[in-house]
Ligand binder design. Structure first.
Ligand code: SF4
Length: 265
């Protein structure tokens, strides 16, 4: 694949400490598909815990979730009390992307990013990937022509913050994953970037035997599939902040995802 980068993208990569080894572009610069109009972002699930507690909602069950439209799904997550994580959250974190074209419909995006679970900042703001890790993610995405709120949907496997940022329990993942699966079904992205262990497990558990035992490093560098949608695995931005040399690998993963989407037309 030829990857032509303009000065802005090169500056972003420099901020990620990634040296670009492609020659400077002489051909026209690759730009993302034009967005007709910047719309108000969807910042779903921003309901406060105190509001949730007033509602004796639990969870409609996988079969019910599988029938929901986008708005019903957002409302279900906002009121969900199906696992113990609801007790500690300030806000649920449904995900963020461009606005949908019509009520009940999912936003139209080619790209989806799936992370793990909200942290402290995400819990407070009701939005995934904020703070330093979010800034890094935004820079990574901008380097391939993607912009939060505009042309990518960003979500987590788990919609409520595990206290103390502990890892989610298997039962909590199992309880929450149907929301993610329905999000993917409704969004119908053309490519998914899976960031981190829990995203990988949730997306590939049916297609890669013993996926939870395989190191991420072994799963990277190839295109997997989740129900027919190509999945490219990369490191979580929070991990990259602590392991700077792996940023170059994350950049290679982004290039693989972009190349895969390009091949799909
Ligand atoms: S983590 Fe998921 S399953 Fe648990 S309460 Fe929050 S939305 Fe419901």
């Amino acid at each position: 694949m030829s990857l032509d980068l303009d000065e802005r993208q090169r500056a972003m990569l420099a901020e990620m400490d990634i040296r670009v080894w492609w020659p400077r572009a002489s051909a026209p610069v690759v730009t993302p598909e034009p967005i007709a109009a910047k719309q108000e972002p969807v910042r779903a699930g921003g309901q406060k815990a105190s509001e949730n507690r007033a509602t004796p909602a639990s969870q409609p069950g996988s079969a019910g979730i599988a029938q929901m439209d986008w708005d019903a799904l957002q409302a279900a997550v906002a009121g969900c009390r199906a696992c113990a994580l609801c007790e500690h959250r300030q806000r649920t974190v449904f995900g963020v992307g461009p606005a949908a074209a019509a009520p009940g419909q999912a936003p139209q995006v080619d790209w989806m990013v799936v992370g793990e679970a909200p942290g402290e900042n995400e819990d407070r703001q009701g939005e995934p990937f904020v703070g330093q890790a979010g800034k890094l993610l935004d820079n990574m995405l901008r380097a391939i022509g993607l912009e939060r709120h505009v042309n990518v949907f960003i979500a987590n496997v788990i919609k409520c913050r595990p206290p103390g940022n502990r890892n989610p329990e298997p039962g909590e993942v199992a309880q929450c994953a149907p929301y993610l699966h329905r999000q993917i079904e409704l969004l119908a992205p053309k490519i998914i970037l899976a960031m981190g262990r829990f995203a990988v497990n949730a997306l590939l558990q049916d297609s890669v035997p013993e996926v939870h035992k395989l190191p991420l490093g072994k799963l990277r560098g190839q295109v997997h599939h989740y129900r027919g949608v190509p999945v490219v695995i990369t490191y979580h931005p929070a991990y990259l902040l602590r392991n700077l040399p792996d940023k170059a690998k994350a950049w290679a993963d982004l290039c693989l995802a972009r190349e895969t989407l390009g091949r799909a037309g």
